[in-house]
Design a protein around this ligand. Structure first.
Ligand code: R5P
Length: 294
């Protein structure tokens, strides 16, 4: 009889791994990462992985701290005889450095892709930041599958917001925003953003007089420093619009970003559970489960 895949959860993704286990009956594997006093690590697998298909569920936000553990875990299951390893990375990092913005800069998205392609056989992820790279296949040499959180986000808005006006803070967000707006028959705006520095962005606004009675819903893929959303929220307030809701697919929230965004006058911050955070209200596990079934 064919044995089921073994699914391992790394870096606090046990909620998604458990849901896959419950829906598909895949065995939940036992993996531990021990950190020595000098911060080197040891990976230990206490499950039978020999000739089995392996699935890692690992959100790779704050990637530099996690990368070696991920690689060491992949090497360990391979050394124990695993047949192949699928990486489910609900958040895939390093996608924004997709060109050399200033002379001398490396294009880290390609280096990261090369590294991951060397250790895994397949990659499944949710809404990676595809901008100048049109497809993950431009940089990844393994089989890749991109899933979109647009449907679950649209459903959440439909069930929780009266009269929404969907707003995308920059050109890149159009791919999500237009789809969500179409899905729930709402109006939408795409703004223009110029980023001068990591924490300095300028956002230009069209007139919104006709939408004073709508609830602005900002939608973006990543909330990192939150300055993109903060500038947008402040501008909406200066136009006397209602307090906006902010929805992000990936809840990075660098430093005090979450509090800063709330303090800027945001009504509520909602995120998908691609990165574990208390703002996670939109579950994307079903997207992954349906893909694994096909
Ligand atoms: C970049 O174009 C992305 O789509 C996001 O707008 C960006 O990563 C948000 O970053 P931050 O929260 O630091 O403004």
């Amino acid at each position: 009889m064919k044995q089921s895949p073994v699914i391992f959860s790394l870096f606090a993704n046990s909620c998604i791994a458990n849901k896959i286990h419950q829906a598909l009956g895949y065995e939940l594997g036992n993996l531990s990462i021990h950190q020595f006093p000098d911060e080197e690590i040891l990976v230990r697998i206490d499950s039978d992985v020999k000739e089995r298909e392996i699935i890692f569920v690992a959100s790779i936000d704050r990637p530099n701290a996690k990368l070696f553990s991920l690689i060491a875990a992949a090497e360990t299951v391979k050394a124990l005889g695993a047949k192949n390893i699928k990486l489910i990375a609900p958040y895939l990092p390093y996608m924004r450095q997709d060109k050399s913005f200033h002379s001398g800069e490396g294009i880290t998205s390609t280096y990261f892709a090369k590294l991951i392609s060397g250790y895994f056989d397949e990659l499944i992820t949710i809404d990676p930041h595809l901008h100048r790279w049109k497809s993950l296949n431009d940089i990844y040499t393994i089989s890749t599958k991109v899933l979109h959180a647009t449907d679950p986000i649209a459903q959440w808005i439909k069930q929780n917001v009266v009269n929404p006006l969907i707003i995308g803070p920059d050109m890149e967000s159009e791919q999500w925003v237009s789809e969500i707006a179409k899905n729930i028959n709402a109006s939408f705006f795409i703004l223009e953003k110029t980023r001068k520095e990591d924490r300095d962005v300028e956002i230009s606004f069209p007139s919104m007089e006709l939408y004073q009675h709508h609830t602005p819903v900002l939608v973006d893929d990543i909330i990192s420093t939150a300055v993109t959303m903060i500038q947008t929220v402040k501008h909406l307030k200066s136009l006397n619009m209602k307090s906006p809701l902010c929805i992000g697919v990936h809840a990075i929230f660098a430093g005090n970003a979450y509090d800063d965004l709330i303090n800027a006058g945001t009504e509520k911050i909602i995120t998908c559970n691609t990165i574990f955070h208390h703002s996670n209200k939109i579950d994307i596990s079903e997207l992954i489960i349906s893909t694994l079934l096909n």
